[in-house]
Design a protein around this ligand. Structure first.
Ligand SMILES: *Cc1c(COP(=O)(O)O)cnc(C)c1O
Length: 229
């Protein structure tokens, strides 16, 4: 079976629009982040050719290997970091990404702020919230979110635009989406990055402005050596 990336993309985009509209939201309220992690440029290019411009990668090194060339050929592509970021890679992340969705601790926020100041580059920042309070998962806990949001804005001066979450794998995601939405609203944050291949329609109904979809567009991954988040 050959993979029809253009067809998958259009299916996902239609489903997003339908889910948003069914929930009483504008059909264009939700943007699609096509998650291209583990896939080679030959797989990503058909998505670009089909009109997709917004992509997500979860590893700095992998993005560094693939995207400078892709962006050179397609300067209007935008790249989001959706995986954990080590402070010692903050400098390269600031150069490489148009948005960093996984800001989750003061040390990282400080490092990002410092490199933004040094370079003049200011990628959008989202704070990852560990809505399920899973010990193995990255993200600030819901109880600490307000304080961390305030620190990112006031203390570190980050260009903060929203929040991101990855709900626990075996739980109903909607309560996590609703919780993220509530934290964003009370903090005046507009962007909500939530929903993956299995639950992006639910996320679209619950207020997502960004959904991160990989498998439903690019097919199954060889995830060997990759963490799942
Ligand atoms: C891999 C990944 C996705 C996409 O997952 P799919 O199930 O393939 O759609 C979304 N968000 C994050 C943070 C990811 O690491």
């Amino acid at each position: 079976m050959t993979l029809d990336i253009a067809q998958n993309l259009s299916k996902v985009k239609n489903a997003i629009r339908a889910a948003a509209e069914a929930a009483g939201r504008p059909a264009d309220a939700v943007r699609l982040v096509a998650v291209s992690k583990t896939h080679p440029p030959e797989t990503i290019t058909p998505a670009i050719d089909a009109g997709q411009r917004l992509f997500g990668e979860n590893r700095v090194q992998e993005a560094e290997a693939k995207w400078p060339k892709l962006k050179e050929a397609n300067p209007d592509c935008r790249l989001h970091l959706i995986g954990p970021l080590q402070s010692n890679k903050a400098a390269i992340a600031v150069q490489l990404f148009d948005a960093i969705e996984t800001v989750d601790r003061p040390k990282l926020a400080k490092a990002l702020a410092r490199h933004m100041e040094q370079t003049g580059l200011r990628p959008d920042c989202l704070i990852q919230v560990n809505t399920g309070e899973e010990p193995q998962k990255a993200g600030v806990s819901p109880a600490d979110a307000d304080k961390f949001i305030a620190a990112c804005r006031d203390e570190y001066g980050l260009p903060l635009i929203g929040l991101m979450c990855i709900p626990p794998a075996n739980e109903e995601p909607s309560m996590h989406f609703a919780l993220l939405c509530e934290i964003a609203q009370r903090n005046g944050l507009a962007e909500l990055s939530m929903g993956m291949s299995a639950d992006y329609e639910i996320a679209a109904a619950f207020g997502a402005t960004l959904v991160r979809v990989g498998t439903a567009i690019f097919g199954a991954r060889e995830d060997y050596g990759h963490s799942s988040e």
